[in-house]
Design a protein around this ligand. Sequence first.
Ligand code: CTP
Length: 410
Amino acid sequence: MTVSGKRILLIISGGIAAYKSLDLIRRLRERGAVVRPVMTKAAQEFITPLAVGALSASHVYTELFSREDEQDVGHIRLARDTDLIIVAPASADLMAKMAHGLADDLASTILLATDRPVLVAPAMNPKMWAAAPTTRNVATLSSDGIRFIGPMAGEMAENNEAGLGRMAEPLEIVAAAEALFAGTSSGDRPKPLAGRTAIVTSGPTHEPIDPVRYIANRSSGRQGHAIAAALAKLGADVTLVSGPVAIADPSGVTTVHVERADEMLEAVSGLLPADIAVMVAAVADWRVASSSDQKIKKQPGEAPAPILLTENPDILKTVGHHAQRPGLVVGFAAETQDIEKNGRAKLQRKGADMIVANDVSPETGIMGGVRNSVKIISADGVDAWPDLDKDEVATRLAALIAERLAAKTA
Ligand code: CTP
């Protein structure tokens, strides 16, 4: 879905990346969006309202207590009379205000008053991005439903520093806005996955050792659940087969709860045929060869009984080679090394059309966390996506699935 005809409120906060917002305005307008700019005081230290006004062909809003602006549109209308709010660049300070509900200038008041989707493109020094308060604020904003694009890794404009903190490029921000519109398309537009059925697996599996103990992994189910919800938003009839997780069932999706890998396989097989399969679950590779019906007791003076493992069925591989194989089969690859190489091998081995590969090394914080940084591997090559929150990865992936499925069945 494009931004054509969309009303976008662009909030520019203070940071050297504000110069890129001028280009963002151009990119949005050349695609047919109507851009209404708001600038914080700090933003005006970097670029002028004159330039922003000229490029946007709009009045530039800067003051909360401007009698003229309040009589004309007013901050509540600015906050609501729009299809999307983009904050670019979003400074650490403005994000902190958003996370805490502060409203002491026009930008922060609009962000508190709005009921419209908000897309944030952070830009700051890598140390500020990595600082604990910023991490906390990002987590709060993510769980409040705020979408993020970036920040990206690379050279900073200042101090020859490099790291995570550079603002996403204008075209990446435009793409994120488009994906957001695709994910929140209103009921009167045809939804690209209407009439399609999808199976999604999510979460870990628990493999019992005895009635009280099990083998598990760190998967939270966040990514798989978000993908199920995103596919449903595009109109698909989605069944989510979830392992044991601590998060809620997504709305608009039928959720089947299972515990073990063999139960997950049975549930998935029972849902075939389907148009789409997205296997996100972190299925345990092994289960206990003969789990005990009784609690295994310590035997005084004896060494603990060894746990013998046997391999679990591979659900993705089974689906990828099934007689009723879905038209589009997507798998994930959780790797800690050689991500691309291992991802490609899994694409082949598992009979998938697409592998979403991610680095689950502990230092990435991806497994169990709220953000993800993925590479999309398919026969067409590799596409590295920026660091995004898991909802945004889901929205983009659902849009890509709709596109690929349409191309395949055209
Ligand atoms: N998968 C599955 N059933 C399994 C194991 C994995 O359906 N028994 C699926 C996952 O849902 C994911 C993909 O296969 O979509 C890759 O999972 P991953 O854990 O990365 O790979 P494995 O096949 O387990 O290989 P390895 O552990 O050797 O990396």
